[in-house]
Design a protein around this ligand. Structure first.
Ligand code: ADP
Ligand code: MG
Length: 338
């Protein structure tokens, strides 16, 4: 097949200056994200070429549409997460839809839903899937829902990589809540979520496939190993330091692992994801799991990202995973994978 691989454009790679607040976080995060995406697309291009596919690099810039049109690809392998601003994740897919170009992974609509935690949570709730109780704020003055129990965590709805989440995002009283809401809204804009803070362990579960989607082995995010105990959560600072280890398969009872996997597949189906996604969880002290969010475009960096790590535990070499993702998309679109 002739396979397009979406790439960060060189001009984005070399762009300097501070990242826009609310548009992809700090400069450090931006640099890391660029390096990870470049390593990922380089590895994927190599694997596709070695498997006999014709690879066409497609940089995402102001000539993107023209390039898509002239490339004449059968399908695009999409891992594009953008350099500044999460929205580009669904915008590139929307452009491909507009041009009639098929691509791997979830659709533009699904990425747009997944990027908005408040809408994701409404869908999860509607489907009877557990997610922490929450309230959506557009201004810091909105009366507080009397059903919510402190502590609450305040987080922007449309960020990722824990952007906008710091050690003092967890609040114990209404006065502090208002202060943190005001600050978070000022930097990131609305909507901002105030969500019940689930103290306990943290897990993430990859889902691969369509008919049927299957959960990968459970990954535990190991705050205890970083000396954080059960108090730990992923602030932006912690996430960008890259100090928190993960363990896969997680050291949990089979019944909990199976429950997390069942819920991950349920969430994948509820949002109508395709091919792959990763679902983040917290489990409280009594063993009740809660879905925090869905990552509809999970990181795919070999030996680094949670998804390929979990896939490796399930027996997928990185090569096999990449080719499986291509096959899944080709099958979905009714095109032959070879
Ligand atoms: N309700 C919650 N209870 C406990 N910790 C939370 C909660 N919401 C978020 N966190 C912490 O913040 C991190 C980032 O939140 P998440 O909703 O996954 O957003 P993102 O990964 O898109 O930034 C989580 O990995 C977790 O450590
Ligand atoms: Mg997350």
């Amino acid at each position: 097949m002739r396979v397009g691989v979406l790439m960060l454009a060189p001009e984005e790679r070399h762009a300097t200056g501070p990242a826009r607040p609310g548009k992809g976080g700090t400069e450090v995060e931006r640099g890391r994200s660029i390096a990870q995406q470049e390593a990922t697309t380089a590895a994927i291009s190599r694997i596709l070429a070695e498997a006999g596919h014709e690879v066409v690099e497609i940089p995402v810039n102001d000539r993107f549409m023209e390039r898509l049109k002239t490339a004449g690809v059968d399908i695009v392998f999409n891992t594009y997460a953008g350099a500044a601003g999460r929205a580009s994740q669904f915008q590139v897919c929307a452009v491909m839809d507009l041009m009639g170009v098929r691509y791997t992974g979830s659709s533009a609509e699904v990425h747009a839903l997944g990027l908005a935690k408040h809408t994701t949570k409404k869908i999860l709730r509607h489907e009877g899937l557990p997610t922490p109780a929450f309230q959506t704020f557009y201004t810091p003055e909105t009366p507080l829902d009397a059903m919510l129990r402190f502590p609450l965590i305040v987080k922007p709805s449309r960020e990722g990589s824990s952007v906008g989440i710091s050690e003092d995002s967890v609040v114990d009283d209404e006065r502090t809540l208002r202060r943190v809401l005001e600050r978070t809204l000022a930097v990131y804009g609305g909507p901002v979520l105030a969500e019940e803070f689930i103290e306990g362990r943290e897990f993430t579960v990859g889902v691969l496939g369509n008919r049927p989607p299957r959960a990968l082995p459970v990954v535990e995010v190991n705050f205890a190993a970083a000396g954080r105990g059960t108090q730990g959560f992923y602030s932006h600072e912690l996430k960008s330091q890259d100090v928190i280890g993960t363990e896969c398969p997680a050291n949990v009872e089979v019944s909990l692992a199976e429950e997390l996997q069942r819920l991950a597949v349920g969430a994948f189906r509820a949002l109508e994801c395709s091919d792959c996604a990763r679902v983040d969880f917290r489990v409280d002290g009594e063993g009740h799991p809660y879905i925090l969010e869905l990552n509809t475009l999970p990181g795919m960096k070999e030996g680094y990202s949670d998804f390929p790590k979990a896939a490796a535990v399930a027996g997928y070499s990185y090569e096999r995973l990449v080719l499986a993702l291509l096959d899944l998309a080709a099958e979905r679109h009714g095109i032959a994978a070879r």
